[in-house]
Design a binder for this molecule. Structure first.
Ligand code: 5GP
Ligand code: MN
Length: 326
């Protein structure tokens, strides 16, 4: 069944040409790695393709093979449209964001993802929900297609695995992840350099946001919910960018006794991005889904179009109820 799915996805790449590769808005390590990994495979097949994302490539990922070729999708009319689309790491079609304006009417879409909330919006769907990262599925696809992996694709796939498993620490770090990582190191992925650049190194903006965020750490009465909020002014005053907020939500979540850690990020007057992390008792994918988002059981997110204070009230009230449930 899974082998047949891999063959279907391989056929999608082999039998078509002139592709657009997209991933989710506000791209993370797995999103960019998966985009360039597909690009690498298409390049090896001698296909033409473009890679696109709504947001800029986070600076710490700019060393990845051809990541500099990932185009922005712009605000205006697209220059042209694509019939053959590959979407990676996008839990639902909305996550593709404004890049979907570049899709031709009647487009064919190959949907490759590992989020359990994925609703199979592609004409071909390569979905495996126990995969730690989309990069893990792409590793399987590359092996299935018989590519001999070089350091470029190995670095990309290793990056996706490393970032989505929090440095091979989260519960999604399966024996297969470690096996894949091992093969990728053999193929030339510079493991220690990637760990240093992607996990250890901090930008000044990131450190300033940690400083500010921790000064705001708040808890529910029973201290089972911990949260941090960040305002638009914080970002302006510290010069921090979106990628500098990565990891901030882990501070409340890592505290002994805390079941759910939440980060609220204000995006202008009436838009709030919410990140949730669970210690295991609460399924935060369900909580995020309740507010129109999605993700994984222990890591999920959503966006609310209300002022910051209201978003905090709504989400915390919901999580309180979840924790009260027997
Ligand atoms: P983060 O909190 O780091 O942005 O995201 C955690 C997880 O939740 C990721 O797997 C991400 O794909 C998912 N996620 C975050 N925000 C959204 C959202 O607005 N919609 C959906 N469907 N998933 C989200
Ligand atoms: Mn992912």
């Amino acid at each position: 069944m899974w082998e047949a799915k891999l063959t279907q996805a391989a056929d999608f790449l082999r039998e078509r040409d002139d592709f657009l590769v997209v991933s989710h808005v506000q791209p993370d390590g797995d999103a960019i790695s998966s985009t360039v990994a597909i690009g690498w495979m298409l390049h090896r097949l001698g296909k033409t393709f473009a890679m696109m994302n709504e947001g800029p490539v986070p600076s710490r990922l700019r060393f990845l093979w051809k990541s500099g070729d990932i185009m922005g999708c712009g605000d205006g009319e697209p220059e042209r449209k694509f019939r053959h689309v590959i979407a990676v790491d996008c839990a639902d079609f909305a996550r593709v964001g404004p890049a979907q304006r570049w899709f031709e009417d009647g487009y064919d879409l190959l949907n490759i993802d590992h989020h359990p909330t994925n609703d199979a919006y592609g004409s071909v769907n390569l979905l495996r929900f126990d995969a730690a990262a989309t990069a893990e599925i792409l590793y399987e696809l590359a092996v299935h297609m018989g590519f001999s992996l070089d350091a470029d694709i190995a670095s990309a796939l290793y990056t996706g695995l490393l970032t989505d498993t929090g440095g091979f620490r989260y519960s999604n770090t399966s024996p297969f992840v470690m096996e894949a990582a091992s093969r990728l190191l053999e193929a030339g992925a510079p493991g220690p350099m990637l760990a240093e650049e992607l996990l250890e190194r901090m930008s000044m903006g990131q450190m300033r946001m940690i400083q500010r965020g921790l000064s705001r750490l708040a808890f529910s009465d029973d201290q089972r919910i911990g949260w941090i909020w960040v305002t638009s002014e914080d970002l302006e005053e510290t010069g921090a960018s979106n990628e500098d907020l990565e990891g901030l939500v882990n501070y409340p979540r890592n505290i002994e006794g805390v079941e759910v850690g939440v980060l609220f990020k204000e995006n202008g007057a009436k838009s709030v991005k919410v990140s949730m992390r669970s210690a295991g008792r609460v399924n935060v994918a369900e909580a995020a889904k309740h507010f129109g988002g999605g993700g994984h059981v222990r890591a999920a997110g959503c966006r609310l179009t209300v002022p910051l204070a209201e978003a905090m009230e709504q989400v915390i009230a919901y999580l309180r109820k979840e924790l009260e449930a027997p």
